[in-house]
Ligand binder design. Structure first.
Ligand code: M6R
Length: 366
C-alpha cells in the first residue's frame, strides 16, 4: 500500500508530479486555451462580481490560502483576506452577500473550518470549497467547490494535498483574472502553459532527494530552525517550518525574510540553521541582502535557489537548485525540497513520520 516506500509521507511527496497533473487534467489545456472548473460554472457570476474574497482554513491549508492571496490579488486585482478558521468563527466578522468565501481543507472534516463556513453562510456569503476528500462534510456544506483530486493522503503531514490546493487556486485566479479583464489574453495564455509545465519541474526537483538527505544528516540535531522567504515564497517558509515541527519535533519558525530584523535575528548564531527560499523572482535582491545579514551573524545557510544561480552560492553553506518557473507558481516546486528535508530529519531522529505524536489527520474537535 506504500508502493514500495518506507512511509506514506515519502510516497505522497513523490506522487506530486502526478497528483498536480491529475488536479489539472480535464480542466486546463493550454494549447486549446481552455480552463474549466466545473464547480465554478454556476457561481462564476458571484465570483466575478465579488467585492472581496475571504479564504478560511487551518494549518497547511491556510498556507495554501496565503499563496492564493498573492495569486488573486496579482492576477484578478480583488482584495483578499486569509483567515484562520478558528479566529474567524469567533470574531463576529464583517461578511455580506457580496463576499466570496473559499474554504480549503484536505480532509473536509476540520471542525473550525466547518464552523467558519456555517457562519459565513448565515451572513449570506457564497461559499466555495477546495477539498480533497470527496463527499466530506465541508464538500457537502459549501454551495459549490472544486476537488483537488490528489488521491488519499495518509501521512499526517500534508504534502501532495498542499500542492493540489495551490493548483486549484492558481486555476481559479487565472480564470478570474481573465474574466475580470485584469489579465490580458496573451498573458493569460502564457500563464496557462507555465502552470501546465509545473508537474515536469516538480519531477525534476524530486531528484534532489539524495542531496537533501545529506543536508538533513548534518542538521538533524539542531534545536531550532528558521525558514525565511518573501512574496510567493513567504507562505512556503511557513509551510517548511510547520513540516519540520510536526514530524521531527524540532522547533522551527517561518517568517517573511524582512521581518527577521524585527526580532528573530536575535536568535542567530553559529548553531542556527536558516533555510532561505531565494529563487530568482521580484524579491530576489531583497532576499539576497537578508542572506547577507544572516551570514554576518554566522548562521548556517541552506538556500533553495533557481538552477544556475551564482550569487547565493557564494554566501550559502548549501544551495538546493530547483527548476526555473513563473514566480507565481514557484511555491509548487520550492516546497518540495522542504518536505524532503523535514522527512529525512524526522526519519534520522527516529520519529514516527506518518503519525506524529499528539496529532491526528483530521482535527474534528475545535
Ligand atoms: O484537512 P484540513 O486541510 O482541513 O487540515 C488542516 C490542518 O489540520 C492540517 O493542514 C495540518 O496542519 C497538517 N497536519 C499539516 O501538515
Amino acid at each position: 500500500e506504500k508502493g514500495g516506500y518506507e512511509h506514506f509521507m515519502l510516497k505522497e511527496i513523490n506522487e506530486q508530479p502526478r497528483s498536480i497533473a491529475d488536479c489539472m487534467r480535464g480542466r486546463l489545456d493550454s494549447r486549446a486555451g481552455r480552463l474549466i472548473l466545473g464547480g465554478l460554472r454556476d457561481y462564476m457570476n458571484k465570483f466575478q462580481n465579488a467585492d472581496r474574497i475571504i479564504i478560511t482554513a487551518c494549518g497547511t491549508s491556510w498556507h495554501a490560502g496565503l499563496v492564493a492571496e498573492y495569486l488573486f490579488e496579482e492576477f484578478a486585482r480583488v482584495p483578499v483576506e486569509v483567515e484562520y478558521a478558528s479566529e474567524f468563527r469567533y470574531r463576529n466578522p464583517v461578511i455580506n452577500s457580496r463576499d466570496f468565501v473559499i474554504a480549503i481543507s484536505q480532509s473536509g472534516e476540520t471542525a473550525d473550518t466547518l464552523a467558519a463556513i456555517e457562519l459565513a453562510k448565515q451572513k449570506g456569503a457564497t461559499i466555495f470549497g477546495v477539498c480533497n476528500v470527496v463527499g466530506s462534510s465541508i464538500a457537502r456544506s459549501t454551495h459549490a467547490g472544486s476537488y483537488t483530486h490528489a488521491g488519499p493522503e495518509i501521512g499526517v503531514a500534508s504534502t501532495k494535498a498542499f500542492t493540489a490546493q495551490i493548483s486549484v487556486l492558481s486555476m481559479m485566479a487565472l480564470m478570474l483574472g481573465y474574466q475580470r479583464g485584469t489579465l490580458p489574453e496573451s498573458k493569460y495564455m502564457e500563464l496557462l502553459s507555465e502552470l501546465e509545465a509545473i508537474p515536469a519541474k516538480v519531477e525534476k526537483a524530486l531528484k534532489l532527494n539524495e542531496q537533501i538527505e545529506r543536508i538533513a544528516a548534518q542538521y538533524k540535531d539542531a534545536r531550532n530552525f528558521l525558514y525565511l522567504g518573501r512574496g510567493y515564497n513567504f507562505p512556503v517558509a511557513l509551510e517548511g517550518a510547520l513540516k519540520l515541527k510536526e514530524i521531527s519535533y524540532i522547533h522551527a519558525e517561518g517568517y517573511p525574510a524582512a521581518e527577521m530584523k524585527h526580532g528573530p535575528i536575535a536568535l542567530i548564531d553559529e548553531e542556527m540553521p536558516v533555510v532561505f527560499i531565494a529563487t530568482q523572482d521580484s524579491s530576489y535582491e531583497k532576499v539576497v541582502s537578508n542572506i547577507q545579514e544572516v551570514k554576518a551573524r554566522k548562521g548556517k545557510i541552506i538556500a533553495v535557489v533557481t538552477e544556475g544561480d551564482q550569487s547565493v552560492k557564494k554566501m550559502a553553506d548549501h544551495v538546493i537548485e530547483i527548476p526555473r518557473a513563473h514566480e507565481a507558481f514557484v511555491p509548487l516546486i520550492s516546497v518540495v525540497p522542504l518536505q524532503q528535508l523535514s522527512y529525512h530529519i524526522a526519519v534520522m531522529r527516529g520519529c514516527n513520520v506518518d503519525q506524529p505524536r499528539n496529532l491526528a489527520k483530521s482535527v474534528t474537535v475545535e
